[in-house]
Ligand binder design. Structure first.
Ligand SMILES: Nc1nc2c(ncn2[C@@H]2O[C@H](COP(=O)(O)OP(=O)(O)OP(=O)(O)O)[C@@H](O)[C@H]2O)c(=O)[nH]1
Ligand SMILES: [Mg+2]
Length: 215
């Protein structure tokens, strides 16, 4: 087979696929721009899932769509080797990682009101369980008691369900979580217990907004 011809045809197939993705991205950006018109303030969105399901990668992907270019800022874990560590500290990506510590330069910023884009909170993977301690921890997080940079696996090991509210007794309005996104693996079982735990915390929290009806 003529390798040059084969290469050319592969390239044109790639070209079509890339164009398709570009068109889809343009539509996403348009929809987002419209949606942003009815958003009042930037909410905190907490990403939850079992270890290694792609929480940090999700942030990198969202940021790449908005930026039009991929760059890893939320460090994905490398499993089965001595790579980057998994996410340990609670990390906040301001305005989907477009501003703040991981932010873009003025020239790189998309031309829309990114100040109202949500802040994404990345945290350590959680066990698939529905325990009193996990419910207490998630309630404290959602209600604005847990500061960014907190080492979540450490405090889960160190404190009991009764101790957690004693050590995290201060509330900061700015840290409150408005929405939760549960990330699950497409190839593993759905973490039913963890989801039960999250649903029970979300139901009892006044801060979590019900499903948005957009404008
Ligand atoms: N095949 C495939 N791999 C993915 C996908 N998303 C993430 N990964 C890979 O899965 C591994 C874990 O991804 P992370 O984004 O670090 O997962 P995480 O949920 O943040 O992990 P922890 O912080 O350790 O809980 C990395 O090697 C990623 O490259 C995906 O959609 N498909
Ligand atoms: Mg992570």
């Amino acid at each position: 087979m003529d390798l040059r011809r084969r290469k050319k045809s592969a390239n044109s197939e790639e070209g079509i696929a890339e164009n398709g993705i570009e068109e889809e991205n343009k539509q996403i950006m348009k929809d987002l721009e419209n949606y942003m018109k009815c958003v009042k303030t930037a909410d905190n969105i907490l990403l939850i899932g079992t270890p290694g399901v792609g929480k940090s990668s999700f942030i990198n992907t969202v940021r790449a769509v908005l930026r039009g270019k991929y760059k890893s800022v939320a460090h994905p874990a490398t499993y089965g080797g001595a790579g980057d560590p998994m996410t340990i500290q609670l990390t906040r990506y301001k305005n989907c990682g477009l501003t703040g510590k991981f932010g873009l330069t003025e020239a790189e910023k998309p031309k829309m009101n990114i100040e109202k884009m949500p802040h994404l909170l990345d945290m350590a993977g959680l066990a698939n369980e529905d325990t009193e301690k996990l419910r207490v921890l998630l309630s404290l997080l959602v209600d604005g008691h847990i500061e960014v940079t907190t080492n979540i696996p450490y405090i889960l090991r160190k404190y009991s369900a009764d101790e957690l509210p004693v050590f995290f007794n201060k509330m900061t309005e700015d840290w409150k979580v408005k929405k939760i996104i549960v990330i699950v693996s497409a190839t593993e079982d759905i973490p039913v217990n963890l989801i039960k735990c999250i649903v029970s915390v979300a139901r009892s929290s006044e801060g979590i907004s019900p499903r948005s009806k957009h404008c």
